[in-house]
Ligand binder design. Structure first.
Ligand code: NAP
Length: 265
């Protein structure tokens, strides 16, 4: 794919991984369509892009979990740039909590994972990603442009304690590439590849919202012994865009997570 002439569509572009992807592809000369729900976050991201000399972008405030917003943002991207080549739906959130919190002495349940926290996460991470992917894919299939869709899963798709909602959303997202590419093959939609990414623990504002002692213990299982940088994820997406053999799968980028327990002598 010729990245200088590519239109890159990023949600969650006002923060973290989405913002890093925007600057990476902006530096490579791609046109950027950037979505987030808060104008302020988009303004900051836009100001940063301008400060590094990237000018060919449009920002658009939308709630990606709303079907009407999804339609509007995709229509606006086509109106502005005439096509979409790479779609990276990064908008996501966490609302961590245990299914049941018990009183130590009495074993009575003092709180439960709220249905709001369950729904908020599924609405954005799963339903919202579905809408972005579906509505962009519609235009890309009709347009016939070279295309790549990159659903964002997580290493916590493996099932992270305290993240029943988040892990459920991310295991579902990890299946998107396989299922969608099967459908594209059947229907001869051959211009679009779908390759997911499952990042490990990455230095972004989302991680600051995690329980930090849990995070510290999780980091002890990382061979690289540090957080992943959002720029490292952006570089991986650049590689995927140039390597057609990668398709219909979800690639992990974690620094090497070791789930082994105990000490091997
Ligand atoms: P982040 O810094 O919190 O950025 C996510 C952005 O998405 C925020 O600006 C957020 O806005 C926005 N957003 C949330 N809900 C939205 C909605 N309904 N409509 C539009 N925008 C919305 O998080 P990140 O760490 O960069 O995460 C990006 C993606 O990577 C997520 O899918 C996350 O699950 C995934 N991921 C992250 C890590 C990690 O360690 N950081 C690891 C694996 C996977 P608000 O701030 O207003 O909510």
């Amino acid at each position: 794919m010729d990245l200088k002439n590519a239109v890159v569509f990023v949600t969650g572009a006002g923060s973290g991984i989405g913002a890093a992807i925007a600057s990476h592809f902006g530096r490579l000369g791609s046109s950027l369509f950037l979505v987030d729900r808060e104008q302020d976050a988009l303004k900051n991201a836009g100001n940063f892009l301008i400060s590094i000399g990237v000018k060919n972008f449009e920002t658009f405030a939308a709630d990606i979990s709303q079907e009407l917003d999804s339609k509007k943002m995709v229509n606006q991207a086509i109106k502005r740039f005439g096509k979409i080549n790479i779609v990276i739906p990064c908008a996501g959130l966490i609302r961590d909590g245990l299914l049941l919190n018990l009183e130590k002495e009495t074993k009575k349940v003092k709180s439960k994972l709220s249905f709001d926290d369950w729904q908020d996460v599924l609405n954005v991470n799963l339903n919202g990603t579905f809408l972005t992917v579906r509505d962009c894919a519609e235009k890309m299939a009709e347009g016939g442009w070279p295309g790549l869709i990159v659903p964002i899963s997580s290493v916590n798709k493996a099932g992270q304690l305290g993240q029943l909602n988040y892990s459920s959303s991310k295991i579902a997202i990890s299946l998107f590439p396989k299922v969608i590419i099967g459908e594209f093959l059947l229907k001869k939609i051959l211009n679009i590849r779908v390759v997911g990414i499952a990042p490990g623990y990455t230095r972004t504002p989302m991680l600051e919202k995690m329980n930090q002692s849990v995070l510290d213990s999780l980091l002890k299982t990382v061979h690289l012994n540090r957080l992943i940088e959002p720029s490292e994820i952006a570089k991986l997406i650049e590689h995927i865009s140039s390597n057609e053999a990668l398709n219909g799968t979800t690639v992990e980028i974690t620094g090497g997570i070791c789930h082994a327990h105990g000490v091997v002598k």
